[in-house]
Write a protein that binds this ligand. Structure first.
Ligand SMILES: Cc1cc2nc3c(=O)[nH]c(=O)nc-3n(C[C@H](O)[C@H](O)[C@H](O)COP(=O)(O)O)c2cc1C
Length: 325
C-alpha cells in the first residue's frame, strides 16, 4: 500500500467498525483504520466467510460475537490495528487477518490503564527492544505491510531516536500522534514535534492531532512536512470532513451512518456508542434523541428513530430472499 499523500481515518475503539470506515471512504478518506483489537481477544476467534452479508468476520468462539468485520470493498485500504505486548502472539493474531486487510498496525500510543497494565499501547514506548522484536517478527513473517502508531516522548530528541529505531525494522509507515502520554485530548497537539520526526525519517510519516476541517489537512502538512494526515475526533463528529467539497450537515451524516450500520448488520453496541459520541458533541444525550438511542435494543429501533424504517425493511427483506434466512 502507498502511504504518501493520503487522508487517513484514525483507529477509534468501538467507533472504527465497518460502517464508519466505509462512510469515511465515501467522503474521501484513502486509508481507514479499524478499532484496536487486542491479540488475546483475536486468538479466541475464528475467521468466517459470511456469505449472507458478503463479509469476512472474526467471530469469538463460544459467544459468537463479531470482533472484526470487513468486506471486499475496503480490502485495499483497511488497516487492522492490534494491541499487543508479545511478538509471537502478535504474529499468530496477525496471521488470522493479514490476507483480508491492506496492512497491520501496532498501537504504541494508548495511554489507558488497561493497555499500560497489559504492557501494550504506550507501555511499549519505553521498551525499544520489545518494539523491535514485535515489528521485525511481523515484517519477516507477513507479506502484508506493517506499520505502527506512536505518541511523542518527553523530549523531541527521544522521539526522533525511537522513530529512527522503528524505521530500521523495515515498517512501511509511522503514524505519530502529536501528544505525549500524559497529555489530555484538550491539550494542543504539538505539530512542531511531529515535524522533527518527519525530518529525520525516509519512510512516510502520518501526522495526527487536531485536524477538524478540510483546510487543516494542508495546515498540518505545511507545519510538519508530512504528506499524509490522520484524523480521529474530527471524523467522529462529522465524517464528511474528508470531502473537498466541504462538510454536509451532521444530521444527514448520522442517517447515512445508521443506513450503513443496517446494511452491514453492525454490532449494536458499536453503532449506539458512535451515535452517542456524535450526539454528545453536537447536542446533549439528555434530550429525547439521546435517550432514545440509549434505550434502543436493536438496529430496527434505531432505523425507526432516524426515519429509516423503509430502508430497514428493504434490506432485511432482500437478505431473506438472497440469504435464505
Ligand atoms: C473515540 C476514540 C477512540 C480511540 N481509539 C484508539 C484506538 O483504538 N487506537 C489508537 O491508536 N488510538 C485511538 N484513539 C486515538 C486517536 O486515534 C488519535 O490518535 C487521537 O484522538 C488524536 O487525533 P485527533 O486529534 O484527530 O482526535 C482514539 C481516539 C478517540 C477519540
Amino acid at each position: 500500500m502507498e502511504y504518501r499523500n493520503k487522508l487517513v481515518l484514525a483507529p477509534m475503539v468501538r467507533v472504527g467498525t465497518l460502517p464508519l470506515r466505509l462512510l469515511a471512504a465515501d467522503y474521501g478518506a484513502d486509508i481507514t483504520y479499524g478499532e484496536e483489537i487486542i491479540d488475546h481477544k483475536m486468538l479466541k476467534c475464528e475467521r468466517q466467510v459470511n456469505d449472507f452479508l458478503g463479509t469476512i468476520d472474526l467471530v469469538e468462539k463460544g459467544t459468537g460475537s463479531v470482533v472484526f468485520r470487513t468486506c471486499a470493498e475496503e480490502r485495499s485500504r483497511v488497516v487492522f490495528q492490534m494491541g499487543t505486548s508479545d511478538a509471537v502472539r502478535a504474529l499468530s493474531a496477525a496471521q488470522m487477518v493479514c490476507k483480508d486487510v491492506a496492512a497491520v498496525d501496532i498501537n504504541m500510543g494508548c495511554p489507558k490503564s488497561f493497555s499500560i497494565s497489559g504492557g501494550m499501547g504506550a507501555a511499549l514506548l519505553s521498551k525499544p527492544e520489545l518494539i523491535h522484536d514485535i515489528l521485525t517478527t511481523l515484517r519477516r513473517n507477513l507479506d502484508t505491510p506493517v506499520t505502527c502508531k506512536i505518541r511523542l516522548l518527553k523530549c523531541p530528541q527521544d522521539t526522533v531516536e525511537l522513530a529512527r529505531r522503528i524505521e530500521k525494522t523495515g515498517i512501511s509507515a509511522l503514524a505519530v500522534h502529536g501528544r505525549k502520554v500524559p497529555d489530555r485530548p484538550r491539550d494542543p497537539a504539538k505539530w512542531n514535534e511531529i515535524a522533527d520526526v518527519v525530518a529525520a525519517l525516509s519512510i512516510p510519516v502520518i501526522a495526527n492531532g487536531d485536524v477538524f476541517e478540510y483546510d487543516d489537512f494542508q495546515r498540518i502538512k505545511d507545519a510538519t512536512g508530512a504528506s499524509s494526515v490522520m484524523v480521529a475526533r474530527g471524523a467522529l463528529w462529522n465524517v464528511s470532513m474528508f470531502s473537498p467539497k466541504g462538510k454536509i450537515p451532521w444530521e444527514n451524516v448520522k442517517r447515512e451512518y445508521v443506513r450503513k450500520s443496517i446494511l452491514w448488520d453492525n454490532d449494536l453496541k458499536s453503532t449506539k456508542h458512535t451515535l452517542k459520541e456524535m450526539i454528545m458533541h453536537h447536542s446533549c444525550l439528555e434530550l429525547p434523541e439521546g435517550k432514545a438511542v440509549i434505550r434502543s435494543e436493536n438496529l430496527e429501533h434505531l432505523a425507526q428513530l432516524y426515519g429509516e424504517e423503509n430502508y430497514f425493511q428493504q434490506v432485511t427483506k432482500n437478505r431473506g430472499v438472497f440469504g435464505g434466512g
